[in-house]
Design a protein around this ligand. Structure first.
Ligand code: UDP
Ligand code: MG
Length: 343
C-alpha cells in the first residue's frame, strides 16, 4: 500500500448544508461522539451549498478545531442532490455515509449502518419508521411521493427511505461515474445493485431552522425522480390515445346507426365543445410531460459542470477524484486508474 492509502480515513461522512449555521456545531459534536466510539478513522465532509448565512464561517471554525472536518463550498446554491454528489466525489473513505446536517437523521444510527457494513453489505440505507416534528402536509406528501415512485419505477426504491445511508467504496466508485444532472441519488444507489439492506430509525424533528425544501423544490425533486427512473408518464399518452380512440369509434358507430335506423341525428354544440376542449387539455398536458423530459435532455446535452466549487478547506489540494467538469467518458477512466493504484 502506498503512503497515501494508509492515511485514508476508513469512513467518510458527507453532510450537505444550506443555511444551517445554528445546527452545525451540535451536528459536529454528535457525529464526533459517535465516530470516536466506533474506533475507526474518519473524516467529516461538510458541503456548503451556497448558504447566505454564516454557515461557511462556522464550517471554517470547525475545521480549525478539528482537521478531520473538511469543507467544500459551492459558488452558489446547487441543491441538495448535487451537494451530496460533490461529497461523494471528494470522499476518500472505504465507506461513505450520507446524512442531513439538520440532525433529522440521528448520527447515532451511523453505528448501526457501519455494523451492517462490517457484516458485508455494500449499501445500508436507513428507513424512516416514524417521522417526528413535521407538518402533516410534509408527511403526507412524502408518503405519497414514496408510494408513487415505488409503483411507477422499474427500480425497487425502498419506501420511506431518504438519502441517509452508508455505501461501500465500490458502490461510490460506480456512482461517481454516473454524471447525470437531474439526479435522484437514492434511486441511483439502488439501481447499481450490490448487496443492500436497511435499518429502521425514527426521524427526529429539525434541531433548528426550518426545512430548505419548499413546495417548489419538492415538486422539482419529485419530477426529477420520476423522469430519471420511469417512462410511465410518456406511455400514459399512448394509453389515453387508445382509450379515447376506442370510445370515439364506439360513439361514431352509435351515431351512424341512430341516423340510419331512426333518422335522428345527435345534436348539441355543447357536447362538441366539451369534447374538443377535453382533448385539447389532454394534449397540452402531454406536451408538458414531453417538455419535462425534453428539458432534461437539453440540460444533459449542454453538459455544464454539475456543480462549481468556490473553495475547499482541509483537502490538501487533493481535489475530487472525478473532475468537476464531467463527461461520461472521463469518469470511468478515473475509476480504472484507481483500481490500478490498488493493485
Ligand atoms: N440542503 C442543501 N441544499 C438545498 C436544500 C437543502 O444542501 O438546496 C440540505 C439541508 O441543509 C439539509 C439537507 O439538505 O442538511 C436536507 O434538507 P432539509 O432538512 O431542508 O429537507 P427536509 O428534511 O425538510 O426534507
Ligand atoms: Mg431536514
Amino acid at each position: 500500500m502506498t503512503e497515501q492509502a494508509k492515511e485514508r480515513p476508513r469512513i467518510s461522512i458527507v453532510a450537505p448544508a444550506y443555511n444551517e449555521e445554528e445546527v452545525l456545531p451540535e451536528f459536529y459534536r454528535r457525529v464526533r461522539e459517535v465516530m470516536d466510539a466506533l474506533g475507526e478513522s474518519w473524516e467529516l465532509i461538510l458541503v456548503n451549498d451556497g448558504s447566505q448565512d454564516n454557515t461557511l464561517a462556522v464550517m471554517r471554525e470547525l475545521h480549525a478545531k478539528d482537521p478531520r472536518v473538511k469543507v467544500i463550498s459551492f459558488s452558489r446554491n446547487f441543491g441538495h442532490q448535487l451537494a451530496i454528489t460533490a461529497g461523494l466525489d471528494y470522499a476518500q473513505g472505504d465507506a461513505v455515509v450520507i446524512i442531513d446536517a439538520d440532525l433529522q437523521d440521528p448520527p447515532e444510527v451511523i453505528a448501526e449502518l457501519v455494523e451492517k457494513w462490517r457484516e458485508g453489505y455494500d449499501v445500508v440505507y436507513a428507513v424512516r419508521k416514524e417521522r417526528h416534528g413535521e407538518s402533516w402536509f410534509k408527511e403526507w406528501t412524502a408518503k405519497l411521493f414514496y408510494r408513487l415512485i415505488y409503483r411507477i419505477t422499474d427500480v425497487d426504491i425502498p419506501k420511506d427511505t431518504g438519502d441517509f445511508r452508508l455505501m461501500d467504496r465500490k458502490v461510490v466508485n460506480v456512482l461517481r461515474t454516473m454524471r447525470e444532472r437531474s439526479r435522484f441519488m437514492r434511486g441511483l444507489s439502488v439501481w447499481v445493485g450490490f448487496k443492500q439492506t436497511g435499518v429502521f430509525y425514527v426521524r427526529e424533528p429539525r434541531f433548528a431552522g426550518e426545512t430548505k425544501y419548499p413546495l417548489r423544490k419538492m415538486l422539482k425533486f419529485a419530477l426529477d425522480a420520476i423522469t430519471s427512473f420511469s417512462y410511465v408518464p410518456l406511455q400514459l399518452a399512448t394509453y389515453f390515445g387508445f382509450a379515447i380512440a376506442f370510445i370515439s369509434l364506439v360513439a361514431m358507430i352509435v351515431a351512424v346507426y341512430l341516423r340510419l335506423s331512426t333518422g335522428r341525428a345527435l345534436l348539441g354544440q355543447a357536447t362538441t365543445l366539451v369534447a374538443v376542449l377535453f382533448l385539447g387539455g389532454i394534449q397540452l398536458i402531454f406536451l408538458g410531460i414531453i417538455g419535462e423530459y425534453l428539458g432534461r435532455i437539453y440540460d444533459e446535452v449542454k453538459a455544464r459542470p454539475l456543480y462549481i466549487v468556490a473553495e475547499t478547506i482541509g483537502f490538501d489540494d487533493r481535489g475530487p477524484q472525478v473532475r468537476t467538469i464531467p463527461s461520461s467518458v472521463q469518469a470511468p477512466t478515473a475509476v480504472v486508474s484507481e483500481e490500478k493504484e490498488a493493485m
